[in-house]
Design a protein around this ligand. Structure first.
Ligand code: DGY
Length: 321
């Protein structure tokens, strides 16, 4: 890095291989911390830099974007970009990019981990072993739900939804999907059946959400939709918390309207709805969808590729504005 290197703001410490490249090629305007920056630090960092890498916990509103007059590109370290005011970015000519593709497999794998853990009561089993109260094998102990051969309902059929669907073949599961958008232009395998939302919720044994958070998907799953689901069904969400009305979900779980839920994302992250942790039919993860060293490193490299393109006067490969 030299004094003439471009300035970069990074809101969070990224994996070592990414930080090594960053320190070689850019001047950092702030030393990134392993915690969310305060709104003041975030704003100061964005205002001082030519380019920035921000994460899904950084809420970047139009006012901040207008204040960051030097900033040319905001590289969001995520595939979802609901944390950024895109209209504000467009108005200011600020380029916003995301990190598609590189986290698809990690997120699809985690979805299956959560799905299986929820249906087969893996966490309850782990707790029993650690409690030292296990008295030995029993024919009626912690009986879960069979996954193989059950119907999988996928809401959102972009890259991650499709990767989840491909993995379902190993479990011989019929796949139904519901999507508000055309799925990626590619033709989907004919054995995956498109369904209206209500039909999907009524027919699926396991419903998994892979849609982006937009005004149209906010609270897409609320009290009425949960009532459409089967009392034996499970809801899995590794997309964005606000797609599900969390208070209605808690109510549905308490009243046995659905059988269980596996959640990786929450309405008010990092705050957990107080009653969710009390429910043993729920498996809770701390937003780990893309949390592999490989995916998180690739996400950083994608951010850097976009930044270097924009600062070099070229178009960003993953521009979303
Ligand atoms: C994303 O990329 O949107 C994920 O939620 C981050 O893991």
């Amino acid at each position: 890095m030299s004094d003439t290197s471009p300035t970069l703001y990074i809101s969070r410490l990224l994996p070592d291989p990414v930080m090594a490249i960053v320190r070689e090629r850019f001047q950092l305007v702030q030393e990134p911390l392993d915690a969310l920056p305060t709104p003041t630090l975030l704003r100061e960092g964005l205002c001082q830099a030519d380019a920035a890498i921000v994460t899904l916990g950084d809420h970047i509103d139009a006012e901040t974007i207008h204040a960051a007059t030097r900033l040319k590109i905001l590289a969001n370290y995520a595939v979802g970009y609901n944390n950024i005011d895109l209209a504000g970015a467009r108005q200011c000519g600020l380029i916003v990019t995301n990190t598609p593709d590189v986290l698809t497999d990690a997120t699809a794998d985690l979805t299956w981990a959560l799905l299986l853990a929820t249906a087969r009561r893996v966490v309850e089993g782990d707790c029993l072993m650690r409690s030292e109260h296990w008295t030995g094998w029993s024919p009626t102990q912690l009986l879960g739900s069979e996954v193989t051969g059950k119907t999988l309902g996928i809401i959102g059929m972009g890259r991650i939804g499709q990767a989840v669907a491909h993995r379902a073949a190993g479990f011989r599961m019929p796949v139904f999907y519901h999507t508000c958008q055309e799925p990626d232009g590619s033709s989907l395998p004919s054995e995956w059946k498109c369904r209206p939302l209500q039909a999907l919720l009524e027919e699926a044994d396991i419903v998994t959400i892979h849609a982006p958070l937009t005004p149209g998907t906010y609270h897409l799953i609320g009290a009425r939709e949960l009532r459409w689901m089967r009392p034996t069904a499970f809801l899995i969400n590794t997309a964005r918390g606000p797609i599900v009305d969390e208070a209605s979900l808690v109510d549905a779980l308490k009243r046995g309207i659905i059988a269980g839920a596996g959640l990786d994302v929450y309405e008010e992250e990092p705050t957990l709805h107080p009653e969710l942790a009390q429910l043993k039919q729920v498996v809770l993860l701390p937003h780990l969808g893309s949390a592999t060293l490989h995916a998180r490193t690739q996400m950083g490299l994608v951010c850097l590729k976009n930044i270097e393109a924009v600062l070099g006067g070229r178009s960003a490969p993953n521009q979303v504005t």
